[in-house]
Design a protein around this ligand. Structure first.
Ligand code: CUK
Ligand code: CUA
Length: 769
């Protein structure tokens, strides 16, 4: 190595060639000392050991949490509770380019309500697609309560693909809940309103305001909701709350609880007591039982009607065909949860200390024997509570939502007022255990707890208040997700996770090994449609086209690419008033080799994952100089990954100026650079020798790195040829610059080699141990 140039030598040192591996001096602090210093108990240590995930470790489950008012979905791992991703759903999310590239703007535009952009969502209940009642990990649905919308997220890339708007509802709290084979995604209205967009006075509430339950048809092959095959079952103006789909014996039915069946309309300003007084005066509300399979048949047979462009099954048709029934449920219920075996429905009333367990079999018997205690004002038959009830259990104050364990008959119910979780037996109506949480729990969630075979193991309590749990960060506190170990007889609190987004109403979790997310897109993919983008280009085919229509409006399409460490094109020239559409394809194939694209003054930020094509369209209405650059620190020369948009005044005539280089290079500069490159190549060869002599093919990650390094070395070869061609012409300026570009590719090759080498060293060391 004596003759090595300085730059190549520092590179060699950097990648550890010729140096003995540094031995790490492990600090001698003992576990006891750390415990004492940090005030930890044995119990804390045990909890830490159950959740701590060492570097490189993976979680057993992935959780998808609603982001409440943030309009997003949060992904985190269980048991580590490490946040992995925020998915932009109803809200722009710049890191992912969501709402900033043309492709995702088209998705958000699907969510317009009555012609208006709605750029927030109140997300409540995520649901994973199911096959035979098991989570299959293909898609995730989530509803927007504020605007009656449902989004479809594809779990092959964790991106939002579709938003549908319910044309009948003006709110939609109850959703999303899927049927056993994801035939339908169920949502329910909350605040009754007219189905049309017309003004209807509140005095006509009973006759013209309506609730409803919508069954969105999911097309599994396309991975999209089919609005034309979706329908709504008309419901009285009771505030339909949450639903759950039947399963097993109750497959084909769904259940929706309600509150304010008093049909009270507030109006403090009219001298009337407020909503909260009038909506909780009766002792019971109604559980709605819907035979959705029959409803679908009736719709298919043309028995429905079209209202506001949507298919509706009117109450009278539903009643005449045994589709819709009501069952009283105690005081201001919130939520309904079908047991994993599909035999029972658990409902809890916020103002009643019991959980009520209804029997599907008893409900069916009452229907078969036409045993009803009466009809509601809309003619819907009411099954008496005692004819439908299996058992009730006194759980505590403010019971809300219920989740299930792997153990037979075991359920967990959140107690909002008590700030506790109750573990109980729903077959026998017996409380088994209780644990305090901090504070005011809403939903709770067990692993795969909505499926036909919950895994138990962990429970997450989703708490409304964080008060004293974390370091104060101002009057707005984070949310608090608390992880509880439910594997034993007694529940054990393990961990508090602060979540700094909107209120997380509900979370679903799935065994991580059921998810198979991709690491790259097929070349030139529009990730929002999963089709090849017409705007994608291959390396070397980059181009800029300007066309003008007969009114003189010109449009510039830029078909560009990104690759470490340059954007092609680096200069874009347009005229003031042009519509500019920049389409960039990330040519990278390597895992995690993302580039971004941001531009001054145009509200543009693209995220270009390997293989993706994304576009930004804007009007160049102001003249000027607009730098753009890559927003991901993608490589050593990331800061140099830049360019200029030049917006020229109309009719601008070039002043015949000459580019003046900041630095002029000589033959000697060129030769020094070539020497560095030759030495660098020697370093690369050493790394290659190391990798190829160390069973690298056993590690897919290293194989990927080697592939990428080979690509980079190929680019180095092309630049080398250009350098030599310029040198042959004695064009030392370009010879030197291309020689430098050749070296840049070598550095990238070496960088990848280093990562591969480190990985092999660490993992082979592990094997030896
Ligand atoms: S809701 Cu928030 S605690 Cu929207 Cu499911 Cu019950
Ligand atoms: Cu690409 Cu930074």
């Amino acid at each position: 190595m004596q003759s090595m140039t300085k730059t190549a030598l520092s590179l060699a040192v950097g990648i550890g060639i010729g140096l003995s591996a540094a031995t790490s001096a492990w600090s001698a602090e003992s576990l006891e000392q750390v415990m004492e210093k940090r005030g930890l108990t044995q119990k804390d240590l045990l909890a830490a050991a159950k959740t701590y995930t060492p570097t490189g470790g993976r979680d057993e489950y992935l959780a998808f949490a609603s982001g409440g008012q943030s309009g997003q979905v949060i992904v985190y791992g269980i048991p580590s509770m490490r946040i992995l991703k925020y998915i932009g759903v109803f809200t722009p999310e710049p890191w992912q380019g969501y709402g900033f590239d043309d492709e995702s703007k088209a998705v958000l535009a699907q969510g317009r309500v009555r012609g208006k952009d709605i750029l927030f969502g109140d997300t409540h209940h995520p649901a994973i697609t199911e096959t035979n009642g098991e989570y299959d990990g293909r898609y995730l649905f989530i509803n927007d309560k504020a605007n009656p919308r449902v989004a479809v997220i594809d779990l092959h890339d964790f991106e939002t693909k579709q938003i549908v708007v319910n044309p009948l509802f003006k709110s939609q709290h109850g959703g999303a809940f899927v049927t056993e084979n994801t035939e339908y995604v169920i949502t329910a209205a909350q605040y009754a309103a007219p189905y049309t967009n017309d003004f209807v006075p509140l005095e006509k509430f009973n006759d013209e305001y309506r609730g409803g339950i919508t069954y969105w048809k999911f097309d599994r092959d396309k991975g999209r909701i089919d609005e034309s095959a979706s329908f709504t079952v008309e419901a009285p103006p009771y505030s339909q709350d949450l639903s759950d789909a039947g399963k097993g014996p109750s497959h084909g039915w769904s259940f929706t609880n309600s509150f304010c069946s008093e049909r009270y309309v507030g109006g403090i300003e009219r001298g009337r007591p407020p909503f909260e007084a009038g909506c909780s005066s009766k002792d019971t509300d109604f559980l709605h039982a819907v035979n959705w399979r029959k409803a679908a048949e009736l719709i298919a047979a043309g028995k429905g009607k079209k209202v506001n462009g949507a298919k509706l099954l009117p109450i009278d048709v539903a009643v005449a065909n045994d589709v819709l029934f009501l069952i009283p449920e105690p005081k201001s219920p919130h939520g309904v949860d079908v047991t994993p075996d599909g035999k029972f429905m658990v409902v809890s009333g916020k103002l009643d200390s019991h959980a009520s367990v209804y029997s599907f079999e008893k409900i069916q018997n009452a229907i078969k024997n036409k045993k009803f205690e009466g009809k509601d004002p809309y003619g819907i038959p009411i099954i008496a509570m005692e004819d439908a009830l299996h058992t009730q259990a006194e759980l505590g104050l403010g019971p809300l939502h219920t989740q299930f364990d792997a153990k037979e008959c075991v359920a967990y119910t959140s107690l909002y007022v008590d700030s506790m979780v109750a573990k109980w037996n729903y077959c026998e109506g017996k409380v088994l255990d209780k644990i305090s949480i901090h504070y005011n729990i809403g939903h709770l969630m067990t692993m795969e707890g909505d499926s036909v075979s919950p895994d138990g193991k962990y429970l997450v309590a989703l708490n409304k208040l964080a008060i004293d749990r974390f370091n104060p960060v101002g009057p707005l506190h984070p949310q608090n997700h608390q992880l509880i170990d439910i594997s034993g007889e007694k529940m054990e609190l393990l961990y508090d996770m602060p979540l700094p987004l909107g209120e997380p109403h509900y979370v679903v979790s799935i065994a991580a090994d059921k998810l198979k997310p991709v690491v790259r897109y097929k070349s030139r993919t529009n990730s929002r449609t999963d089709e090849r983008s017409p705007y994608g280009v291959r390396a070397g085919r980059e181009k800029t086209e300007r066309t003008c229509d007969d009114k003189g409006q010109c449009t510039v399409h830029v078909y560009g690419t990104t690759i470490r460490s340059h954007i092609t094109p680096e200069i874009i020239e347009v005229e003031q008033g042009d519509i500019v559409s920049i389409h960039l394809t990330n040519l990278e194939r390597a895992q995690d080799q993302v580039h971004g694209f941001a531009m001054y003054g145009q509200n543009i930020q693209l995220s270009l994952e390997p293989g993706k094509t994304a576009s930004a369209t804007f009007v160049a209405d102001q003249t000027g100089v607009f730098p753009y650059y890559c927003t991901e620190f993608c490589s050593a020369l990331h800061l140099e990954m830049q360019g200029y948009l030049l917006v020229k005044p109309k009719g601008y005539k070039s002043e015949n100026l000459k580019m003046e280089e900041g630095t002029a290079y000589t033959k000697a500069d060129y030769e020094t650079q070539v020497k560095t490159n030759v030495d660098t190549q020697a370093v690369i060869d050493m790394v290659v020798a190391f990798i190829t002599s160390h069973n690298y093919k056993d590690f897919p990650l290293v194989v990927g790195l080697v592939e990428d390094a080979t690509d980079q070395l190929g680019f180095a070869g092309e630049a080398k040829k250009k350098a030599e061609a310029a040198a042959a012409k004695k064009d030392w300026q370009n010879a030197m610059l291309w020689a430098n570009q050749w070296w840049q590719y070598q550095v990238k090759t070496a960088d990848l080699g280093l990562r591969a080498k480190t990985f092999l060293e660490q993992n082979n060391a592990k094997k030896v141990n």
